[in-house]
Write a protein that binds this ligand. Structure first.
Ligand code: NIG
Length: 392
């Protein structure tokens, strides 16, 4: 059964050969899909078995959320409230979530993960990366890795998220566990390995050991870096050829130069800077220097409890110096590059029919109407939802 989405005021394809500018924007367009596949992108008036009248709305590729920590239990709203009253964020709350997650049980973790995925789908996200990292023990990390892998092809092992309290003073021993038995137990379930390389988490040598072990296990590499201050994360990510280094709130001139000369994507997570009262990263400076950028939600209970990519776009445009088109690219094709994907993040013939339809005539409304639930419909997804993926 084919479906034509017709009467599209503005269609963002992310293929410059199909339309105007880098986003390949077409006006008065239609999109024909067959199940999960795009059959044709063209002018309005195409014929198919069924018709969805977009009513002059804007259609985009589904958002690619390339950084989340969606498998967890517990609530840290009190910590957030204290932070809004002036308490600084140092990442120590990860242990609070670890305790709640270890005791939650598989069914409760699965149910809450599913709820977050439904929420993300309603917010226009059709590809999502999910990290472990709130288990920090063999059994719990295995449980989280298997839940993440059941939900999405983009599952990441983040055993080196923070030192669990039972390893206090024995960080190198914990790193040996992460790089050895833990990695062995999860390597077949995940696509990526990640490490929090930051003062208070893991140092350069420990982080390099994690990335080297991940690479030897055949995993792709990612780093959390330069979130809470200037540090070695970005340089290490570039040195190791990571697909992405995420946060990048604090970038030195040397960091920018190294990123620009590399294939490593700088992934900005502005909802984190919002929720932790950090400064926003200077995306303009990075983009002007030639750095490849992406942007993601970082959905987690401590530093960024949101699945809203629209919210990230609004911040990027208002406070990070990105144009609306750069922000839209960062959450679609940028996220795809950060995940090493060439299929998602665009709408082209033969590609996946992962589609976000705004209840607005143009992409500009994503920044122009902050805080408004602008997603009219989301079609398709490459993660697992409990029901047919049309909860709108
Ligand atoms: O990306 N930086 C480390 N990890 C998460 C924070 C998790 C938490 O506070 O629970 C982040 O911000």
């Amino acid at each position: 059964m084919t479906l034509v989405i017709d009467n599209i005021a503005e269609l963002v394809t992310n293929d410059p050969e199909l339309g105007d500018g880098p986003l390949g924007v077409m006006t008065d367009a239609s999109l024909v899909i067959d199940g999960d596949t795009v059959l044709a992108v063209g002018p309005s008036g195409a014929i198919a078995d069924e018709r969805l009248d977009a009513g002059g709305r804007c259609v985009l590729p589904g958002f690619v959320d390339s950084h989340t920590h969606m498998v967890f239990a517990g609530d840290r709203s009190e910590e957030f409230t204290r932070r809004m009253a002036g308490e600084p964020y140092d990442g120590g709350g990860i242990r609070v979530t670890t305790e709640a997650t270890r005791g939650a049980g598989r069914d409760a973790l699965w149910d809450s993960l599913q709820q977050r995925l439904i929420e993300a789908h309603r917010a226009g996200t059709t590809t999502v990366e999910v990290k472990t990292g709130y288990g920090l023990s063999m059994d719990s990390e295995i449980e989280l890795a298997s839940l993440a892998a059941e939900a999405t092809p983009e599952a990441t092992f983040l055993g080196a998220h923070l030192l669990p309290s039972e390893y206090e003073g024995r960080a190198d021993e914990y790193i040996d566990l992460v790089c050895g038995p833990m990695l062995d137990a999860v390597r077949d379930r995940v696509r990526w390995i990640d490490v929090f390389c930051e003062t208070g988490a893991f140092n350069t040598e420990q982080s390099r050991a994690v990335l080297e072990a991940g690479r030897a296990a055949g995993l792709g590499l990612r780093v959390h870096g330069n979130q809470l201050g200037h540090g070695p994360g970005v340089q290490l990510a570039v040195e190791m050829g990571c697909s992405s280094v995420d946060h990048c709130t604090y970038l030195s001139d040397d960091d920018i130069e190294a990123l620009a000369a590399s294939d490593t994507v700088a992934t900005f997570l502005p909802a984190t800077d919002f929720s932790t009262r950090q400064p926003y990263p200077d995306a303009r400076r990075a983009i002007d220097a030639g750095v490849k950028v992406a942007m993601a939600s970082n959905c987690n209970p401590g530093s960024s409890y949101t699945t809203s990519i629209s919210f990230c776009i609004a911040m990027a445009v208002r406070d990070m110096g990105m144009t609306i088109d750069e922000a839209v690219a960062a959450v679609t094709v940028g996220g795809a590059v950060a995940l090493g994907r060439t299929d998602v993040g665009r709408l082209t013939n033969g590609g996946p029919a992962h589609v976000t339809i705004l209840d607005a005539p143009s992409r500009h409304h994503l920044a122009y109407r902050p805080g408004v639930p602008l997603i009219w419909k989301t079609l398709g997804a490459d993660y697992r939802l409990p029901t047919a993926p049309d909860p709108n």
